[in-house]
Design a protein around this ligand. Sequence first.
Ligand code: NAI
Length: 297
Amino acid sequence: MTYSVSGLSVVGVIGAGIMGAGIAQVLAASGFQTVLYDTRPEALAKAQADIHARLDRLAEKGQMGAQDAAHAKSRLRIASDLADLAPAGLVIEAIVENLEVKQALFRQLEEVVPETAVLASNTSSLSIAAIGRACRHRQRICGMHFFNPVPLMKLVEVIAGPATRPEVMQLATDLVGRMGKVAVVAKDGPGFLVNLGGRAFYTEALHIEAEGVASPEQIDRIMTAGCGFRMGPFALMDLTGIDVNFPVTGFIHQGHQYDPRLKTAPRHERMFEAGLYGRKVGRGFYDYSEGAAKPAA
Ligand code: NAI
């Protein structure tokens, strides 16, 4: 078997949420027949409508040819049956950040795709080794960690598990290049590179807020106007989703032997438990019920 990006025509994406929809959009726009699968039909319908709208907007703004946008749309197929991923030479998983759920999916996926298909996870913090443990053919498992919003963010971390073949890493890296992005190979450690290095951005801000030194809005303003960040930590947590950011912070803290530098603040957990996930539900650190972000009461 030769692993070559030029031989890759069909790519599968599992999970039609924030990340899966972004990855599928960029794949389809980069010339790949893209099959997007989710267990929830409403998530698939929303992802397809959002992708079409974003492609239309790019064409209207002249950032993409109208015909290219139409071709990208025609390359995207939504699927409500996992078996529809059978022709895929590479599949990127972007479902809920839960090891058991991901392992169960990879086990099922191996029954559907050929032995030669590469299986990648977009996990933010779970170990590629642990995901691969559920698989019979571990040499084809890798991490491909995209960043939100996928169409805009250039970086993708590519991660090998203990059994991943170099050709698989090469294919994943080449695919990232074909998607117009930049691949950086990262070690399979908790949080890889970016989420480990960037953890202090969130946890420091949460502790400063908990100590009553400044409000989320003040901290965000300081980090944007003062330090030149595009978004402050609280606005970014709301964009990522607290349902993702809170467990990811916990996995990284645990994975680094409960290093106190990586510990979050109690408010983070309370928001997770209350379902205040951020933009996707209309309320997180900010209130989005009227469109623009307002300080949450
Ligand atoms: P999301 O909650 O927006 O979407 C997840 C989707 O997966 C949902 O549509 C859900 O119906 C579907 N799903 C859940 N279980 C499934 C299963 N067994 N089979 C098929 N579909 C299933 O989540 P989001 O934010 O897109 O995150 C997905 C993955 O990407 C997670 O592993 C997360 O850690 C990672 N990630 C998230 C980033 C972010 O900024 N939100 C950034 C980088 C990685």
